[in-house]
Design a protein around this ligand. Structure first.
Ligand code: PRX
Length: 647
């Protein structure tokens, strides 16, 4: 009763390609095992050594302190993250390397070397200081995917201001709530951002939000789209004016390792957003080391992570991890389907991208749009593919490998969270054989366990609650301004252990299979099932592009399953197909799991980070009007369309 029944039957295994393994940092399972063992047996030695690859103004001697739920890392060290991202490379003779290649949605390209990016960040840091921003101030960054967003983050980190990036797709109310919770004094924004050829009017949303945020002293506004905006005298400043006459030399201050670095509000599917707090030293080391080993960067790599800087993936794996490693990072401003459905593949061919990191929700969209779009372009520059954000359905994984990776590129399925700051479980691409749908093994220093309700450890292949029982450098330090919520939310279910909120199982090879959030667990006839596995079975059917499975109350079975299904382009919906799909799940997983009803939908409601909002679907499936928070919903019109659908 207490555990989560796992029904996934995936058994395919893909070894790391020999050519890839040969030049990888970690190229055998034995090497991984040895490093992993040291990281667990001697965390202080392990992390102390890796930390010393970076620049410290004073080297840490206290590596780790653990007073659950509070961790401190490198506490007596002082450093500067922006210095490590930029100045360090320039000082070591890599100033001419390309740091950032930026492609705007309309098609323009900008390139910044490490030396140039460093100068721009120093200049903006000076601009912020002159405008009155001081160390410790919270600065909200509400921008699109422009280079200035990255420059702004780095400039804040440089002067010790705490940034809080708010995804540009959020509207005024969500901005207001986050600004108030963070106690921000400064907002960095744009007139508008480009999205699918249209202007998303960011400054107008800021104006609305600020009607209720009396403590915001200033905004700094970048002109990008040229739409008309109102500027409030004394409060709103032009980006160019802030930089006028400002020097591009700024000496990076030595900041304590535990100095707050940023607050990022989580994309939770329920309740009020939480301000996850990350601090400087541990986050720096965690993102640096994971990027180095997981993406196994080479000098000639062009690395592209498609996330928005408004999400943790954008923080850790567009900005801080790759830049501390001196990588060449591609940043794209716009939508994957503008002007055509092949925009991503065109970008890969144009910039000769070698590493591509995206989300399962995007992969399912690519599948829906059809193979002809990637097939039009030469993707042979790619050598490594990654995914993050949700469990990836094995069929989507296979498609990714075949169509995008040409059956040649390893795939890293990286499990982690806003709270973990850095990748926690993933195959190392040169060393660990992959199984489609599994994030495989823990990264160095990560100690995951699968527990039953009573706290005892689950057996092999028995689903349970995923916890981490040792601290790691990039873990969240608290929920901003709310230690109690931090303790309650993460450390109360299993005292002293970090509870991830995810269900998972560990298979006979020790591989982890994350089944999704435990609040996405359904209970049918006494079987607790992870909805992700049921959805995976549906997506394996040739007609299905995407599926969301929820439960509604049922007198007979406790809960009955309702499947919302988006069909692939060109497939005609019919009553017969509904039955066929329900049967398909019954056959794949077991009769008890056969959905009681299948509904076709053009799209399913998702959070802005691409997670299916099952709470809303469950309310619809139960015949209720969705209540509660919908501010994280990406496209409100999806809800209206679903309401109208009959069974
Ligand atoms: O449920 C897991 C899922 O996404 C959650 C974390 O979401 P967020 O904080 O928005 O961060 C997303 C980007 C790191 C996790 O609790 N998740 C993320 N990656 C995976 C995953 N589930 C399965 N496999 C993954 N690779």
């Amino acid at each position: 009763m207490s555990t989560i029944k796992s029904v996934s039957k995936e058994s395919r295994i893909f070894e790391p390609p020999a050519a890839f393994a040969q030049q990888a940092r970690v190229s055998t399972r034995e090497q991984y095992d040895a490093l992993y063992r040291r990281s667990i047996d001697d965390p202080e030695g392990f992390w102390g050594d890796l930390a010393s690859e970076l620049h410290w103004f004073s080297k840490p001697t206290k590596i780790r302190q653990w007073d659950p739920p509070f961790a401190k890392w490198f506490e007596d060290g002082t450093t500067n993250l922006a210095y490590n991202c930029l100045d360090r490379h320039v000082a070591e003779g890599r100033g001419d390397r390309v740091a950032l290649v930026w492609e705007g949605e309309p098609g323009e390209t900008l390139t910044f070397t490490y030396a140039e990016l460093s100068r721009q960040v120093q200049r903006f840091a000076n601009g912020l200081l002159r405008a009155g921003v001081v160390e410790g101030d919270r600065v909200v960054i509400y921008m699109g995917m422009v280079p200035e967003a990255a420059i702004a983050m780095l400039a804040c980190a440089r002067i010790g201001a705490v940034h809080s990036v708010i995804f540009g797709g959020f509207a005024a109310d969500a901005v207001r709530d986050r600004v108030l919770d963070a106690g921000a004094t400064t907002i960095l924004t744009q007139d508008g951002a480009w999205r699918r050829g249209k202007v998303v009017a960011l400054k107008a949303q800021v104006d609305k939000a600020l009607e209720q945020c009396p403590d915001v002293a200033r905004t700094i506004v970048l002109r990008r789209t040229g739409n008309e905006i109102t500027m409030k005298e004394g409060r709103d400043h032009e980006w160019t004016a802030v930089l006028e006459g400002v020097s591009d030399e700024h000496q990076a201050p030595a900041l304590p390792a535990e100095h707050p670095l940023f607050i990022l509000y989580t994309s939770g599917t329920t309740g009020k957003p939480k301000g996850v707090l990350h601090t400087t030293g541990g986050y720096m080391v965690g993102t640096y080391v994971t990027t180095k080993y997981v993406f196994d960067l080479r000098d000639d790599d062009v690395y592209w992570c498609t996330a928005d800087v408004g999400w943790i993936t954008g923080h850790s794996y567009i900005a801080y991890g790759p830049l501390t490693n001196g990588a060449t990072v591609l940043m794209y401003e716009g939508a994957p389907n503008h002007p055509g459905l092949d925009r991503f593949w065109e970008i890969i061919a144009k910039h000769q991208v070698t590493i591509f990191y995206t989300a399962p929700t995007a992969i399912r969209a690519f599948i829906k749009w059809g193979d002809e779009h990637p097939s039009k372009h030469d993707l042979s520059s790619l050598r490594l593919l990654g995914t993050v954000g949700e469990p990836i359905n094995p069929e989507a994984w296979m498609w990714y490998r075949r169509v995008i990776g040409g059956d040649r590129c390893p795939i890293i399925d990286t499990w982690w969270q806003t709270e973990t700051g850095a990748i926690m479980m993933t195959p190392l691409p040169g060393a660990i054989p992959a199984k489609p749908g599994s994030c495989t093994l823990p990264f160095f220093g990560v100690s995951p366990k699968i527990l039953r309700e009573d706290g005892s450890e689950a057996e092999t292949n028995e689903g349970g609650y995923l916890v981490i029982d040792q601290p790691w450098p990039s873990m969240l330090r608290t929920v901003w301004g709310n230690d109690e919520r931090f303790r309650q939310g993460y450390f109360s279910r299993f005292p002293g252990k970090y509870f991830t909120g995810d269900g998972a199982r560990r298979d006979e090879h020790g591989y982890f299979w994350v089944m999704g959030r435990v609040d996405d667990v359904v209970n049918v006839s006494g079987h607790r099932l992870g909805t992700a596995e049921l959805e995976s079975a549906l997506v394996a059917h040739p007609t299905v592009a995407e599926a969301a499975v929820v439960a509604r109350p049922d007198e007979l079975t406790g809960q009955a399953l309702v499947a919302f299904v988006t069909l692939k382009g060109g497939v005609t919906p019919s009553g017969e197909l509904k039955k066929e799909l329900a049967d398909h799940v019954g056959n794949e997983i077991g009769k008890f799991a056969r959905p009681a009803s299948v509904r076709f939908a053009d799209a399913v409601p998702k959070t802005r980070s691409g997670k299916i909002m099952r709470r809303l679907l469950a309310e619809l499936a139960a015949g209720k009007e969705p209540a509660g928070d919908v501010t994280t919903l990406e496209d409100i019109s999806v809800l209206a369309a679903l309401r109208g659908d009959d069974e």
